[in-house]
Design a protein around this ligand. Structure first.
Ligand code: NAD
Length: 334
């Protein structure tokens, strides 16, 4: 008989509910418990979805009372308080939403806990699962794209979001919370970063009470393989739009992505230019959840694991650190 994994979800807001819905669609998974503070978030989800399982507001009690194989951590950044390490010590496999912590040091401790306890981990970088991103990776892996030379990305929106999001002490800032998806994409497509120079600023929200995060950011990246990159972020752009666009110039191909599912690849290595257009409709959250469960069941190797979550966190921390030093170069990997 197929193995059934017992899952728990910690944090039942937007992301916790989304992942719980994915898990409910999978035959190999039973949701064994939900935890949130306030507990009503978990209780309402269970009631609305006819899910029969215990709900908790106390994470430690949930760990003591319910045997679980996999844990989804979907907390806001400020609420991370050692839950990752506690679950890792019990050998529980962990999916965790980005950013995995508010400091690179905390991210490194999590990666160490995962290694020590030999657990499978995955971070919520669902853009990696987009149709166009997967196709691009194929062209990279089979050599058709050639060497990647330049990565250009920009994340734009215009929203006040929720109260914790506007508070830099609770969320880390827009680079930690949102633009990190594009920093991760840069690491995924170009390889490890060796150094960055960054600037962040609050230009449009100085009069908004409690708004202490930056609304504008930019950075230059040098990758270990010699390639270069730039990533910009803005929360002063078009209202009701969330755009995450990126572009990669490789030796034989230039790829333009309007999002992870849509890309135009222009091959530049022949006399006549060849263009390939990709338009997919992958449900990337469901796809990443299926991938994580498959990795726990031993069907394939892990992807976007906590070490990679740490690398992304290290990169955005370096952007903020550089900005605090007038854009001075911050080294990441020697
Ligand atoms: N991958 C993505 O595209 C994506 C998109 C949005 C948010 N996120 C990330 O997901 C995480 C959660 O964001 P969200 O939008 O779901 O937040 P949210 O505010 O909607 O929900 C947070 C949930 O956590 C619970 N909670 C807060 N503190 C708690 C604690 N100490 N113990 C237990 N429960 C607690 C709240 O009750 C709530 O249910 C954030 O890190 C965010 O960056 C990822």
């Amino acid at each position: 008989m197929e193995r059934i994994l017992k899952a728990a979800v910690l944090g039942m807001g937007n992301m916790g509910r989304g992942h719980a819905r994915s898990l409910m669609r999978m035959e190999q998974v039973d949701i064994a418990a939900l935890c949130s503070n306030p507990v009503d978030d978990a209780r309402h989800f269970a009631e609305e979805n006819h899910l029969v399982c215990p709900v908790f507001d106390d994470f430690d009690r949930m760990l003591d009372e319910v045997p679980i194989d996999v844990l989804y951590i979907c907390l806001p950044p400020f609420a991370h308080d050692g839950q990752f390490e506690k679950a890792a010590e019990r050998g529980i496999h962990i999916f965790i939403e980005k950013p995995v912590a508010l400091t690179a040091e905390r991210g490194m401790a999590m990666a160490e806990a995962a290694r020590e306890n030999k657990i499978i981990t995955q971070v919520g970088y669902q853009m990696r699962f987009g149709t166009a991103v997967k196709k691009f990776k194929e062209y990279m892996d089979n050599g058709r794209a050639g060497r990647p030379t330049l990565y250009m990305a920009d994340y734009e929106c215009n929203s006040l979001h929720g109260p914790w999001w506007r508070d830099v002490k609770k969320c880390g800032g827009q680079v930690f919370e949102q633009v990190i998806h594009l920093y991760d994409m840069g690491l995924y497509l170009m390889g490890r970063a060796s150094s960055v120079n960054g600037y962040i600023a609050n230009l449009c929200h100085t009069q908004v009470e409690g708004y202490t995060v930056e609304d504008t950011s930019t950075c230059s990246i040098r990758f270990e393989n010699g390639a270069l990159g730039s990533v910009c972020g803005s929360n002063c752009s078009v209202k009701n739009q969330w755009n995450a666009r990126f572009r990669v110039i490789c030796e034989n191909m230039t790829a333009d992505f309007t999002d992870q599912n849509h890309g135009v690849f222009t091959f530049t290595d022949k006399e006549s230019v060849e263009i390939v257009e990709i338009a997919g409709d992958t449900d990337c959250t469901y796809e990443e959840d299926c991938y994580f469960i498959g990795a726990v069941l031993g069907e394939h190797k892990a992807m976007a694991d906590i070490q990679e979550g740490y690398e992304g966190l290290r990169l955005v921390s370096a952007v903020v650190e550089s900005s605090g030093q007038e854009g001075k170069t911050v080294r990441i990997h020697p």
